[in-house]
Ligand binder design. Structure first.
Ligand SMILES: Nc1ncnc2c1ncn2[C@@H]1O[C@H](COP(=O)(O)OP(=O)(O)OP(=O)(O)O)[C@@H](O)[C@H]1O
Length: 629
């Protein structure tokens, strides 16, 4: 029996992957069965097969990004840096195409010189985006690139840093025939442009044009290997099996249909196809694992080894990400614009309702002061929830960038923390200016500081929640629930000594407590009132059991609160990207031998098939189609 002899130590330009099994952690059914696949360098390898065949799962094994609920035993040998272009284009909408390319160049630490600018221009041209170079990508607020143009931009962004292993999930989906052809042409040239490069992509239905641009084919069905080898050999295999492609048919349609027995009985079952391929590849000298040196292609690689460039330095990445967040704030009306409008309107309404309240000393004004300060804490902080959808949407972009090794999540966390400072300052300044001016509450500098730090904590909390919830709607519900608790516990509705004993600790946990009592101390301390019950502000503070409050201490607590939340966010990101990721387990030794034959079939590969032996079921289907002439 032929042995698969490759070991991880055999690092050369012939890539391969040996899968022993891939299955869900809870469940016995294999998603991918035992298989060994070549990934020759300087080639475009297409993974294709029927829906549910295991293409995406195989790609996730190859990119080491398997889901945490999957158990995979596999060995990979794909030397060099990798980049992955997911099927979903995760892009910020405010950059133009050229700006986006320069942004990624800076993020990767590419030198800011003419060569980089030229490479960007070349990529834009090669991917047919020169007409859109100065057009914004677009999002829900502004119309920008079409779906296909976004696809091409995603490819250009990852190609910029010359990864050796360039993985793409359905790169041609959503593209018209000409664009798809251009993309494939680009990928083919990319693979050829240097030894040690390989392009590995999944594809659903390659057109006959695209089919000719594929060098190497991996055909999967029901998680089993139907064929792997050079594209120009697959027809020999199907012919030998008695299923040649008929004249005028798209070969890939034929192969994918022939191995899909999910809808109707085929002459050969998937197991029989798998066995036929094993038999055929053993008998065929040019087949077999890692035999495709493809000297003709390697000979065409004249440019020499081009070094991959990824992962910029720490401070550079933080500056770039912080700058990106500012641009997002600036161009995305949902993040800052809407909030500025809402905060202004509410602040004006507060000012109008409590007009010149600070000048009043009557008994009712005491109640009004406490109420307006409660409102300021509760609602202005609550509205920071508006940031959550955008951080959740940005998550897909960050996931892609972390997976593609642009930066460590800690740098993203630092930049998020820094980015929230100016936004919080603008909103706090706005509300302070309007509310304090109209209501004549005292000490605007403390009002501003308290509002600013409270908003910083609220933004940090929104960012933390955005890292863990599956959807922003859930995140908003979680934050609304938390703030509901915090408002109850902050000491306004109930003074601390009236709390049930077992809930007393909650008073200190809610950050609203520190915000509100500082507002209260700021407003009441030193005031006198025309009231026998509360002749001084201190008497009011005493009634709320906050007469011994130290404002400076409370502001330090808010800073610490924000710091702790950012720290928790950091740990959440580290855990998420390191421990909640599925890990590839090593192969057991038996996996190096070919898979056992499962289906004992008498259908030996036929060397001289008659054209009549073509899948009868397909003919039946086609015969049923009535054509009106
Ligand atoms: N995390 C998982 N847990 C359980 N089953 C899974 C998991 N991921 C994939 N599968 C199953 O494995 C099979 C292969 O899925 P996969 O997404 O790899 O197929 P595919 O070839 O990419 O399909 P399509 O072309 O429709 O995208 C499917 O039956 C799918 O339900």
């Amino acid at each position: 029996m032929k042995k698969f002899t490759k070991k991880s130590s055999d690092v050369n330009h012939d890539g391969y992957c040996i899968v022993s099994s891939v299955k869900p952690k809870r469940g016995k059914k294999n998603i991918l069965h035992r298989m060994a696949i070549d990934f020759p360098s300087s080639s475009v390898t297409a993974i294709l097969g029927p829906s549910g065949g295991g293409k995406t799962t195989l790609l996730s094994v190859l990119t080491d990004s398997i889901h945490s609920n999957i158990q995979a035993c596999a060995e990979l040998n794909l030397p060099g840096e990798s980049a992955f272009v997911p099927q979903q284009d995760s892009l910020h909408g405010f950059y133009t195409v050229r700006q986006y390319m320069h942004h990624y160049a800076r993020l990767s630490g590419l030198p800011r010189n003419k060569a980089t600018a030229q490479r960007i221009d070349t990529l834009i041209k090669q991917l047919g985006l020169q007409g859109q170079a100065e057009i914004r990508v677009g999002d829900i607020f502004i119309k920008g690139l079409s779906g296909g143009q976004k696809r091409r931009l995603s490819i250009a962004l990852e190609a910029l840093t010359n990864p050796n292993n360039f993985f793409l999930d359905e790169p041609t989906s959503g593209l018209d025939a000409e664009s798809a052809l251009q993309v494939m042409d680009f990928l083919k040239n990319y693979a050829r442009a240097g030894p040690g490069r390989r392009v590995i992509l999944t594809i659903h239905q390659p057109s006959s044009f695209i089919w000719t641009m594929i060098d190497h084919v991996v055909l999967l069905s029901q998680g089993k290997l139907m064929y792997q080898g050079p594209r120009d050999e697959i027809e020999n295999f199907f012919s030998a099996a008695g299923f040649p492609t008929q004249h005028g048919w798209n070969p890939s349609d034929h192969y994918v249909t022939a191995v899909n027995d999910e809808f109707r009985d085929h002459e050969l079952s998937v197991d029989e196809w798998a066995d036929l391929f094993l038999d055929w590849s053993e008998e065929t000298p040019q087949m077999g694992l890692a035999k495709q040196a493809r000297p003709s292609i390697l000979a065409a690689s004249q440019e020499g080894y081009i070094k991959t460039h990824r992962a910029g330095c720490g401070p550079g990445v933080v500056i770039e990400l912080t700058y990106r967040y500012f641009l997002n704030l600036w161009f995305n009306p949902g993040i800052l614009g809407t909030r500025i409008a809402m905060y202004s309107m509410l602040a004006l309404m507060v000012g109008a309702l409590f007009w010149e309240l600070g000048d009043r000393t009557d008994y009712e004004s005491i109640n009004s002061r406490a109420a307006v300060l409660f409102y300021c804490v509760a609602f202005f902080i609550f509205m920071s929830v508006a940031v959550l959808p955008f951080t959740v949407i940005e998550r897909a972009i960050v996931d892609k960038e972390v997976q593609n090794n642009y930066y460590h999540p800690i740098l993203y966390q630092v930049s998020q923390g820094l980015s929230s400072i100016p936004g919080a300052a603008v909103l706090a300044g706005l509300t302070t200016g309007i509310v304090v001016f109209m209501t004549k509450l005292q000490n605007p500098e403390w009002y501003f500081l308290d509002m600013f730090l409270s908003l910083l904590v609220a933004e940090a909390l929104a960012q933390l929640v955005s890292h863990v919830v599956p959807h922003f709607v859930i995140g908003m519900a979680v934050i609304a629930g938390m703030y509901g608790f915090f408002m109850l516990f902050q000491g306004f509705m109930l003074i601390p000594s009236d709390f049930p004993d077992w809930l007393r600790w909650t008073y200190n946990v809610a950050f609203h407590t520190y915000s509100w009592r500082t507002f209260m101390d700021n407003e009441f301390r030193g005031r006198t009132f025309d009231s026998e019950l509360f002749p001084t502000g201190e008497a009011v503070l005493k009634a709320f059991e906050i007469d011994d409050v130290n404002k400076t201490f409370d502001m330090i607590v808010l800073v610490g609160y924000a710091g702790v939340i950012h720290l928790v966010s950091f740990f959440v990101l580290v855990v998420k990207y390191n421990f909640f990721k599925g890990k590839l387990a090593p192969l057991d030794e038996t996996a190096r031998s070919p898979p056992p034959r499962r289906a004992k079939t008498n259908k030996k590969p036929m060397r001289n098939p008659s054209p009549k032996a073509f899948t009868p079921a397909i003919h039946e289907l086609l015969d049923d189609v009535e054509v009106d002439v």
